[in-house]
Design a protein around this ligand. Structure first.
Ligand SMILES: NC(=O)C1=CN([C@@H]2O[C@H](COP(=O)(O)OP(=O)(O)OC[C@H]3O[C@@H](n4cnc5c(N)ncnc54)[C@H](O)[C@@H]3O)[C@@H](O)[C@H]2O)C=CC1
Ligand SMILES: O=C(O)[C@@H]1CCC=N1
Length: 264
């Protein structure tokens, strides 16, 4: 279905738009010659060669069946695509589905979140759709399924939660990794060794968590029940309020995503 369409990515030379295109092409979901990019700053080197780049949105809209918006949210709500009933999707943080309907000029719109892990087909891309796009769920799942995993959400507000937790990659995980590297360095471990060790840990943990198996909550409980060195560390972290700190940080990110709608 998606393979029969022409996809236009507005902002497709940017970090996220380019990663989505790379992932779609790598997954053979869409050949590069069926993708158009419209970008204010022109082409960028790592876009597949046969992606056509234009600077005029009207040219892209006229040529494409499906339009994906991936420009910065500031000022995005002022765009007017006059997309003539064509499916318009967005991966922009904070830009609401009502604003998307204004941008598209109709309500065949889908608001999603994704991440640059799309390039490796490892993004998580949840979405909500407006009534006018209710027949487009299968195509949307094909598109986002090709670049990772996807879910249909029923409450738009939850997209702001995923903007905070799965939009940035490695995002908050990098902070935890850096704290572990810092701890090892403070114990006298060479910086390069500490970094190599922690990168390997996160690779192993990521593979294990991504493969399914017991839930993270069960894994924590097993480590606590094992009553070894890790249990001592986990209990000390919990007693120091690590979960509250994470809650506060993520709540601040969600709040910022919600403020974007007012500012954009
Ligand atoms: N980078 C990330 O990790 C994530 C980004 N997002 C969202 O994706 C969107 C794009 O973000 P990035 O790719 O990081 O930004 P970016 O700054 O790397 O790329 C944006 C691109 O859009 C172009 N552009 C700006 N205004 C334009 C316009 N009016 N018409 C055509 N092109 C225009 C710029 O020249 C630039 O190439 C944002 O809305 C952001 O909230 C969402 C999840 C993760
Ligand atoms: O940090 C950001 O603003 C981008 C948008 C969503 C996730 N990362």
């Amino acid at each position: 279905m998606l393979g029969d369409k022409i996809l236009g990515v507005i902002g497709g030379s940017g970090q996220l738009g380019c990663a989505i295109i790379q992932g779609l092409v790598a997954a053979n979901a869409l050949p590069a010659n069926r993708i158009l990019v419209s970008n204010r700053s022109g082409a960028r080197g790592d876009l597949p060669d046969t992606v056509r780049v234009v600077t005029d949105h009207a040219e892209l809209v006229a040529a494409c069946d499906v339009i994906l918006l991936s420009v910065p949210p500031t000022g995005a709500s002022e765009m007017r695509l006059r997309a003539d009933g064509k499916l318009v999707l967005s991966v922009m943080a904070g830009v609401t589905i009502d604003q998307l309907a204004e941008i598209a000029g109709h309500d065949r719109v889908i608001r999603a979140m994704s991440s640059p892990a799309a390039a490796e087909q490892l993004a998580y891309s949840p979405y909500v759709l407006r009534t006018g796009a209710r027949d487009d769920a299968a195509l949307t799942e094909e598109l986002f399924g090709a670049i990772g995993k996807t879910d249909a959400l029923h409450e738009e507000a939850q997209l702001d939660v995923f903007t905070a937790i799965t939009g940035p990659v490695p995002g908050f995980v990098a902070l935890f990794a850096d704290a572990m590297i810092g701890f090892a360095r403070d114990q006298g471990v060479d910086g390069d060794v500490a970094e190599r060790a922690v990168r390997q840990l996160f690779l192993a943990a990521g593979n294990e968590m991504g493969a399914g198996g017991p839930s993270p909550a069960k894994q924590v409980q097993w480590m606590i029940d094992y009553a070894g060195t890790t249990a001592a560390g986990l209990e000390a972290m919990k007693a120091a309020g690590v979960e509250d700190v994470i809650d506060k940080g993520l709540a601040a990110a969600v709040e910022k995503a919600r403020r974007i709608a007012e500012a954009s």
